[in-house]
Design a protein around this ligand. Structure first.
Ligand code: 26W
Length: 806
């Protein structure tokens, strides 16, 4: 094996890259390694694809504007089971595999949770034998890179394709025409119409194989790149108008140029709508054509295809599939509707009202006139049906309408997705319940049974076996080698909860992970941290509802307390933050600034030198998460209750044995149910209490007066103690907290502070701490993406999925 791998790598180096070992750069070795690994994947991939054709099995199409994949080499080698031999082969060629693995760029084609979920699910579908294609956009530039300059976030363009992408295959022959604008014209046949777009661009396919665990199956990630029909206008060129000559090309290619860096608030720009339609239409044309070729009819589409919409970004799929079926394949409306509804299902990822996508009717009419007609027709029939079936009842049709008439006529994409789907799911038990009770209550009333829950999951291959090999070896020792094939075996660990020998081994592994992280912290921030200290971690997008502000304010309170009682035996802590703020989200950027300003003061104070450190690690991404999570003692999951749909970072930490400090929100609740209330530190208002407090807000003076330490903390921040060169830098931040504590930062402060003191005393008893840690790991196997995929497969897609070990 090792000899043949060496030969394969050398062949790639020589014949694909044209380099000899003597002159090869680390990057050449990386590419040669990837190409060698890719060959192994291709063998499986071709077999999987052939099989799924030959058997005519139902396929899943996962439509997502984001796939946050991260690096692929280590994960691929692990899944193929050749990580060890590959490392040895490289070593014999004079190359350290772990080192070159770290120069692979992160594929950051996503913002956060939603995009990472899509990546976990693709891998899990390949690992559970669910034939699937992920469809998205091949952005030239993924999520921006974050630098911290003088404590502030600076966005730098991301360039993952600059060294080409050795994983992908360009499929020039697979391309579809995507239209925009123009008008709808009547054909010869009465009642029949046709869309004549004014503008057409090509969507060209780029395929990447996604290999499952043990290399049993591989699925495809198919990303679309926009190309102009006429890359160069000869007329303009010949007249010397060189800018005009490439205008069409620039306009077309803009569509797949860059990922929108927004998480939670829609950009509302025409380019974004063009992106959404571009990839939705390309994907649907692609799957409809494949189906038609394979079966010669579209009647049985729902039996052979399941289309999953990852949030509303591809919600135009409802109108696009109707258009293809009616205008291109001549189906009557009723048949088209049965097929569309039977094929499509939709996952909702957020209830934040400002995050729900709506598009102005006028824009839609201009850009997608035929789709607007179809949406109006769907709406008319839907409202008619409801009117007839609910006669005499008091139903407010304006609430369930696909059109919002109150804000200048807009299309409600969530309503379109809901009405067009046979199932609509939330991503945690609480979130799905709140969907029924709040945002979707009117639709739920007329379409009961459509909403269902599938609590999110994470792939244990990347997030446990890949990221934490030390812990994995120990777990295999205790739970058996088949743990990696069947994560539910991790429960066997529970029998050893009180085993002090096990605790010692776990502590040693954690310490190794913390040392590795400490080294990076020093490299990237210059701060030296003590690996025996408690590592307290909050890593995620920066958002008011996620309450990094609550964390840093409480950190200031702790800092004050340490300074006023320097002789107490404070347990040393390192507060670690990482995360990006949307480039136009001023408050989130100000919170990053505050964390860095506090870090500067705290880390330079000799009175707290060996007890408290505050770190903001720049450029949080998938690879950073893989490094940080296995080194965490405490996982901060402190969103305002009712606002975090699920969270998936929370699952990664708990599985790796961190103790959660968190609110009763999203999947935290389900983690608590599994590990038991003694093994999680819960604080703060419940979702109902938050709702009640918003209806009748307490005056903030009263809240502050009733909360020890809080006044001092707020005064220090507002007064410029942490920003001496610009004293009023945080005046606005503090004032707006006082004016309206929408996210309950002030209201939950005391409860959070007390919870942190509980953490202190639990940490002081290391025996107890490791019992908690073991219990978390032992009971969080349920949060595997395999379990989630099996739920989708059984209840939503109606496709078979393999059990553990097949
Ligand atoms: C249109 C602008 C926009 C962009 C992205 C609105 C909303 C989003 C996403 C829904 C944001 C997101 O990533 N949501 C997260 O999805 C995760 C996977 O289900 C959940 O675990 C997180 O709780 C949720 O915030």
């Amino acid at each position: 094996m090792i000899e043949s791998l060496k030969a394969e790598i050398l062949r790639k180096l020589t014949y694909s890259l044209g380099k000899s070992p003597a002159v090869a750069q680390p990057h050449d070795w990386l590419t040669a390694g990837i190409l060698a690994a890719r060959d192994h994947v291709i063998d499986v991939w071709q077999r999987s694809t052939r099989d799924s054709y030959a058997t005519g099995r139902k396929r899943v199409y996962y439509l997502s504007l984001e796939f946050l994949i991260g690096r692929s080499l280590a994960d691929t080698l692990n899944n193929l089971g050749i990580a060890g031999p590959m490392a040895q082969a490289m070593r014999e060629l004079g190359v350290e595999l772990p080192e070159i693995e770290t120069i692979e760029p992160d594929a950051a084609l996503g913002n956060g949770g939603l995009g990472r979920l899509a990546a976990c699910y693709l891998e899990a579908m390949a690992s559970t034998g669910v034939p699937a294609l992920g469809y998205g956009i091949r952005y030239d530039h993924g999520l921006f890179k974050q630098r911290i300059d003088g404590g502030k976030q600076v966005e730098v363009p991301e360039d993952w394709l600059s060294f080409r992408n050795p994983w992908e295959f360009e499929r020039r022959e697979v391309s579809h025409k995507i239209g925009f604008g123009g008008s709808v014209v009547a054909t010869q046949k009465p009642g029949e119409v046709f869309w004549e777009p004014e503008e057409t661009v090509f969507a060209v396919a780029y395929d990447t194989p996604i290999i499952g665990w043990r290399g049993c199956d591989a699925n495809t990630l198919r990303l679309w790149r926009a190309r102009a029909m006429h890359p160069l206008s000869l007329d303009a060129f010949n007249q010397g108008d060189l800018v005009g000559a490439v205008a069409e090309r620039n306009r077309a290619e803009a569509i797949s140029k860059v990922l929108y860096p927004n998480d939670s608030t829609p950009a509302g720009q025409e380019l974004r709508l063009r992106q959404e339609y571009f990839f939705t239409s390309a994907s649907l044309q692609d799957l409809v054509r494949r189906h038609q070729r394979q079966f010669g009819t579209l009647d049985n589409l729902p039996e052979k295809a399941a289309i999953q919409l990852n949030d509303t970004h591809p919600a135009l799929a409802v109108a696009e599939l109707m258009r293809l079926l009616i205008d291109h394949h001549g189906l009557p409306w009723e048949d088209a509707w049965r097929i569309t509804n039977g094929t499509i299902s939709y996952t909702n990822h957020t209830l934040l009202p400002e995050a729900l996508e709506t598009w102005p009717v006028a824009l839609m009419e201009r850009l997608l006139p035929r789709h607007m007609q179809i949406i109006f027709a769907i709406n008319a029939r839907f409202l008619d049906d409801v009117r007839r079936s609910t006669e005499g009842q008091d139903i407010d049709l304006s609430q369930i309408s696909l059109i919002d008439e109150h804000h200048g006529r807009r299309v409600r994409m969530a309503n379109l997705a809901f009405v067009g789907s046979h199932k609509v799911n939330g991503v945690s038990a609480l979130h799905s319940k709140l969907m029924e009770q709040t945002v979707f209550a009117p639709l739920h009333a007329v379409l009961p049974g459509r909403i269902t829950n599938v609590t999110n999951g994470i792939t244990p291959r990347r997030w446990l076996f890949g990221a934490n090999p030390g812990l994995t070896r120990l777990l295999q020792d205790v739970c058996g080698d088949d743990l990696t094939d069947d994560i539910t075996q991790i429960r066997r660990l529970a029998r050893h909860t009180g085993d002090s020998g096990l605790h010692e081994r776990l502590a040693a592994i954690r310490r190794e992970n913390k040392l590795k992280l400490a080294k990076i912290i020093r490299q990237d921030t210059g701060v030296t941290v003590d690996p025996t200290a408690l590592f307290d971690v909050q890593i995620k997008r920066i958002h008011e509802y996620k309450r990094q502000l609550l964390n840093i304010l409480e950190t200031i309170a702790l800092y004050d307390a340490m300074r006023s009682e320097p002789y107490r035996d404070w347990a040393p802590r390192v507060k670690i933050f990482a995360g990006k703020a949307a480039s136009n989200y001023a408050t989130a950027k100000s919170i990053i600034n505050l964390i860095n300003d506090v870090a500067f003061v705290v880390n330079n104070d000799i009175t707290t030198r060996d007890r408290l450190k505050v770190v903001f690690l720049p450029n949080y991404n998938v690879s950073a998460a893989e490094l940080i999570i296995p080194a965490a003692d405490v996982s901060e999951q402190i969103s305002t209750a009712g606002m975090e749909a699920s969270g998936t970072g929370n699952m990664k930490f708990a599985l790796n044995g961190a103790v959660t400090i968190g609110t009763l929100d999203g999947a935290n609740i389900e983690i608590g149910e599994r590990v038991g209330e003694d093994n999680i530190v819960i604080f703060g208002m419940t979702a109902e209490e938050v709702e009640a407090a918003r209806r009748e807000p307490r005056p903030s003076d009263e809240v502050i007066a009733a909360t020890p330490h809080l006044q001092g903390v707020l005064d220090a921040v507002a007064g410029g103690v942490y920003s001496p060169r610009e004293r009023d830098r945080y005046l606005g931040l503090v004032d707006s907290l006082k004016a309206n504590d929408w996210f309950m930062v002030l209201n939950d402060f005391e409860s959070y502070h007390q919870a942190q003191r509980r953490i202190d005393s639990l940490w002081a008893d290391q025996g107890k701490w490791w019992r908690m840690s073991v219990t978390n790991t032992a009971h969080c196997g349920w949060f595997s993406a395999d379990r989630a995929i099996r739920e989708y497969a059984e209840r939503i897609w109606h496709v078979p999925a393999r059990d553990a070990k097949g």
